[in-house]
Design a protein around this ligand. Sequence first.
Ligand SMILES: *Cc1c(COP(=O)(O)O)cnc(C)c1O
Length: 448
Amino acid sequence: MSLLKSIPKIDKFINNKAFDGFSKELITKISKEIIEILRKDILDNKIDFINEDILIFKVLEKYNNLIEPSLQTVINATGIIVHTNLGRSLINKKSLKKAIEIATSYNNLEYDLIEGKRGERYSHIVKSLQNLTGCEDAIVVNNNASAVFLILNTFAKNKEVVVSRGELVEIGGSFRVPEVMAQSGAILKEIGTTNKTHLRDYENAINESTSMLMKVHKSNYSIEGFSSDVDFEDIVKIANQNNVIDYYDMGSGHMIDLPFNLSNKEPSILQIMKYNPSLLSFSGDKLLGSVQAGIIIGKKELISKIKKNQLLRMLRVDKITLSILEDNLNSYLKNELNDIPTLNMLFTSIETLEKRANTLKEKIQNICICEVIGSETLIGGGTTPNRKIPSIALTISFKDFKANKIEKLFRQNNLITRIENEKVLLDFRTIQENEIEQIANIISGVFN
Ligand SMILES: *Cc1c(COP(=O)(O)O)cnc(C)c1O
């Protein structure tokens, strides 16, 4: 009982010098919580003394935990370039600087400076997309998932959309094509089988309630062996002959041809545009290498219908997104592809990666055992399923530590690695040159 009497009084406790310079309101709130826990512990006979210094320590610890940013930078040493868990594409610092100017100042987001009247927020990226892709018109929404939803809802509500069974995919974050379609109000008309869909399947499926032939990028899986699907070029032809819309959800979509022969199975946006499609959509932050967004390009008449859908107001992007995206598209127009970090990483030569790996090796080889090896990685983000790209990695071992112990120690210091053949690997495909020093510091901190 006497212990209860010696519980510090809040009013006095919060005036302790240790709390000087901290928010009084937050210290008071946390102190009340900590003291309440103390009271319970006393009643449950869990403690038999009170140490005010420990209480102060607990309050400050909780305070600091609370105000520490939850969203932090990490070093991506997994080799996966478009890593959805690690924030997908990196934004160029220059683009972001421009966005800071726009966002911290009034701007012409929806204002036509020449006419002096209301303008359209999408106008800022339309010209670049027209020049780059030859599209008639374009629109941008929150992400590609919302682009898919908006398109289906605009053109296929209570109407049939023809999709191959081999393309009814689920991608990360519980985006499932059949479910998105149901929610949009569109009626799914499945055709073909899991492994094979033929042109005649599309032709046979079309009837008076058909609104659209849709192709979906397989994203995170591939079918090998006895399989075939129909090229989008042929789907466009059938759609035109039957007066229905063709639409390709490209998922990632890449503007230019990819290295390592990836483009022979994965045509670029520019290649697909040669077929004169009705509508295409793709992500802003996968291989395009920009900010989170969903980009829709295609026929003017169709885009203008999308603009009339009330849903667009719910899915619209803000000035920061538009500014970053405009700058990214300009990098393509100017052919300054080095300004796009995602492409930069993808196109870096093996020799350069090897040089960087050796630079790190020299810094840490007297701390742990490390070896530069040839490796393979994936682009990730459902861009080029099961297609390996060459890379260089540094393997790390230390004393008798198991790989998963090292991986965890690194991870808890924001260095994200992968384990292969019981060894921790730092893959240089995703390690930035300016991160090498930082990695060396983390490794020496962890092992010392
Ligand atoms: C990634 C992807 C989406 C979703 O795009 P987000 O930009 O992540 O919303 C939709 N469809 C396909 C085929 C995808 O690969």
